[in-house]
Design a protein around this ligand. Structure first.
Ligand code: FE
Length: 519
């Protein structure tokens, strides 16, 4: 399957080169499309080890400057975002996303779609916050449960620019929605088949628009890890497939996979672009549209890192960010402990952050056999030095609570297998658990052994396991949690467990102990 897609992309790249030769048609109208996705509340420039260890990247005040510069230099410029602006550094969690929407109002956004993380504080919070946006937010397939009414009734918008009518549709992938949102956060809504609604909206736009742009949030979730990821085609396969299935999308700006497209992908005539997330880059897609042929005759795509030392802050944006941080400073500045080395994350291996979080959960209820947590829930490293409450919320920005389960050994093996398959990252485990796995084996048979305190985990025995409400409900594809024999919900928030656990130590020592061994 993968080989086939590589061949198709290769062929499409050849066609793209040919199309570019035909640029100089007088009637061609040019439009520049700037784009981001998965901004994840990264209001401030930050360090991304796989980009640079010394230079900071991203930041909304830098995005604002670049967008304004581009729009000033060329008025035929649009800026779109493909969702997941909530959840990242503490400011989002502490304001349920309000601060993020407020700062986004300064970015000259022309339209954005809704991502799964916009639901991290519950479905009712979504319209409450989106009402504060001064830019169009689009979604056409998330409905009130059992009703005909959309949660946010704005499936598409039409923008006139340079004599072209541009229809912009917003959709959320059904799989991504249910894969990555905690069940209890979406009790009153349901996401319906994005393909059906995409066809419907394309049909409605046929007479009203010359170009169709799809803002979509779908596919596999982004790796939460301190390292980069380069498998573009695999990570955007769902986008390639959607364009192949449904004709009529001129441009697709996609989010969720956290996978940048240094070169635009082409599928069934659709240009597909995305960034690596967290605002590290501002994507720029320049197109030439020929109204006589009614098609895009040329395009050029670049992903440009937003190095903080190269871009001056937009002053209005910087001021509003500073104001929001000031409002929560009393909470976030509280010191918890110190660490001699950074707490880092890994999607496919044991990590010091994962160990700490699992141990903190077990510390809260010490009578349990083990605690497990998903790598995807760990969102930011904590640098060596003082650890504050703000650092902890940024590392684990979810209001997740602890669930107490009794679960059979056989189901534990299934959970560890799903983790070792790496679509959603491995399960991070508490002290005393030791897992051996072989990534060269096929998905589903990678676990070689699982031990608890030196003894093999017995498939026929029942174990007392702690985890988050998100995993307990089968989140991130860990569906075997649903087979738990008993389930007790607590109101204990995992963030509070982390704070209490770390406060015991004047200096906490992050350690890798071989809890997960790769062969
Ligand atoms: Fe997402």
């Amino acid at each position: 399957m993968y080989k086939v897609s590589v061949v198709i992309i290769g062929l499409l790249l050849m066609l793209q080169t040919r199309a570019q030769e035909g640029v100089s048609i007088d009637t061609a109208k040019k439009i520049t499309i700037l784009y981001t996705n998965d901004l994840h509340a990264h209001l401030d420039p930050h360090r991304v080890p796989w980009i640079s260890n010394t230079r900071l990247v991203g930041g909304f005040a830098n995005i604002a400057t670049r967008v304004k510069q581009e729009k000033a230099a060329n008025p035929n410029t649009l800026y779109f975002d493909a969702g997941d602006f909530f959840t990242g550094p503490f400011i989002s969690s502490l304001t349920k996303g309000e601060a993020v929407i407020n700062v986004m109002n300064y970015l000259s956004i022309d339209a954005a779609c809704i991502g799964n993380h916009e639901f991290d504080h519950g479905w009712e919070n979504v319209p409450d916050q989106l009402r504060k946006a001064r830019f169009p937010v689009l979604n056409g397939n998330i409905f009130l449960k059992g009703k005909k009414k959309l949660l946010w009734n704005n499936p598409y918008t039409i923008i006139q620019m340079n004599g072209i009518r541009i229809g912009v549709i917003g959709l959320h992938g059904q799989f991504a929605f249910y894969d990555t949102i905690a069940d209890e956060m979406i009790q009153g809504v349901e996401t319906r088949d994005e393909e059906k609604y995409l066809r419907k909206y394309i049909k409605e736009l046929r007479k009203k628009a010359d170009l169709v742009i799809l803002l979509v949030h779908q596919g596999i979730p982004g790796r939460q890890s301190s390292t980069g990821n380069t498998d573009v085609a695999r990570n955007l396969q769902r986008d390639i497939d959607l364009a192949a299935t449904i004709p009529g999308i001129d441009i697709m700006i996609t989010g969720h996979a956290h996978q940048g497209t240094p070169q635009a992908l082409l599928s069934n005539g659709t240009i597909i672009v995305s960034t690596d997330a967290l605002g590290t880059e501002l994507g720029k897609l320049e197109i030439s549209y020929n109204p006589l042929k009614d098609k895009i005759t040329a395009h050029n795509n670049t992903l440009n890192y937003l190095y903080d030392d190269e871009v001056a802050d937009d002053t209005a944006t910087a001021r509003v960010i500073a104001d929001w941080k000031q409002k929560v400073k009393q909470i976030t500045d509280e010191k918890v402990t110190t660490i001699p080395v950074s707490l880092t994350r890994s999607y496919g291996e044991e990590s010091v952050m994962g160990n700490m979080v699992a141990d903190a959960i077990l510390y809260t209820y010490p009578g349990y056999d083990m605690a497990v947590t998903n790598s995807g829930g760990l969102r930011q490293d904590i640098d060596a030095g003082t650890v504050t409450v703000g650092n902890i919320i940024s590392a684990f920005p979810f209001p997740n609570t602890i669930h107490q389960l009794e679960i059979r050994g056989v189901d534990l093996y299934e959970l560890f297998e799903h983790g070792a398959g790496l679509t959603n990252g491995i399960l991070q485990v508490s002290k005393g658990v030791e897992i051996q796995c072989d990534e060269n084996k096929p998905v589903g048979s990678r676990i070689i052994s699982c031990k608890l305190n030196g003894m093999d985990i017995d498939r026929d025995k029942t174990y007392k396991v702690l985890t988050s409400n998100f995993l307990s409900d089968g989140g991130d594809g860990f569906v075997a949690f649903k087979k738990a024999l008993t389930r007790k919900k607590t109101t204990q928030e995992i963030v509070q467990s982390m704070i209490s656990y770390l406060k015991q130590y004047k200096e906490y020592q992050p350690l890798l102990e071989g809890r997960i061994k790769k062969i």
